[in-house]
Design a protein around this ligand. Structure first.
Ligand SMILES: Cc1cc2nc3c(=O)[nH]c(=O)nc-3n(C[C@H](O)[C@H](O)[C@H](O)COP(=O)(O)O)c2cc1C
Length: 205
């Protein structure tokens, strides 16, 4: 797709909860839907990606963007990546940030930091911006069982307007492969974002 035809950017932050596949698949799905995708991957998430997937992703933002572009078949410039302390990145300010951000998967550490406004790295700051600007913020936590701290943070974030979309796939679509479970969650995220997809039929279709 030519660069000028790209749809508006969506911010995707991949943090160090289990389920890196969800985040990587989300990037692919947004690319396929023609959106620009602005990606941040935490240090812990790199470790989880190494542990859980066959992907080898470089840490440096420019190289990471190239690797994700190759992986997802994105057009040149469709994927941009930002580093942990890249405070000059557009996502760091309400004037530059996209209208939607997804943290997928979301570690309980990042969940806590977002709930309390810590803003100690660019992912946390971008989420803080999304909250203060009343923009769409979707968090996909993965932890079990959940402590009082986790539950209280989720409740507070929901009250602030964020959507908590746990990485808890259903089984009623009779999944045959791990990819079917991953797509279940990615489809739910795309539904929230109002983005058309064919990952799985909607209920009743
Ligand atoms: C292989 C692996 C799996 C992990 N799984 C989870 C998990 O499912 N949920 C979670 O909240 N943290 C999990 N963690 C711990 C987080 O990565 C850790 O708390 C980290 O500080 C999160 O940092 P981040 O939010 O900056 O990515 C896992 C770590 C590793 C290495």
């Amino acid at each position: 797709m030519a660069e000028q035809a790209l749809r508006p950017p969506v911010t995707v932050a991949i943090t160090g909860a289990s389920g890196a596949q969800y985040g990587l698949r989300l990037v692919e799905a947004l690319v396929a839907a023609g959106h620009e995708v602005w990606v941040m991957i935490s240090k812990a998430a790199h470790l989880v990606i190494e542990t859980e997937t066959d992907a080898t992703l470089p840490a440096r933002p420019e190289r990471l963007a190239l690797a994700l572009t190759e992986r997802s078949g994105a057009a040149p410039g469709q994927i941009r990546c930002f580093g942990r302390e890249d405070w000059m990145a557009p996502v760091a300010s309400g004037s530059g940030a996209p209208s939607a951000m997804v943290i997928c998967p979301c570690s309980t550490g990042t969940l806590s930091a977002v709930a309390t406004g810590a803003s100690n790295n660019l992912i946390e700051r971008a989420a803080d911006v999304a909250l203060k600007e009343r923009r769409q913020l979707i968090l996909v936590p993965r932890e079990t069982p959940l402590s009082t701290i986790h539950l209280e943070h989720m409740l507070n974030l929901t009250r602030m307007g964020a959507v908590i979309l746990p990485a808890a796939p259903g089984f009623y679509h009779k999944p045959e492969r791990v990819e079917d479970l991953v797509d279940f969650i990615v489809a739910r995220i795309l539904n929230q974002l109002g983005i058309e997809h064919r990952l799985m039929p909607r209920w009743g279709e």
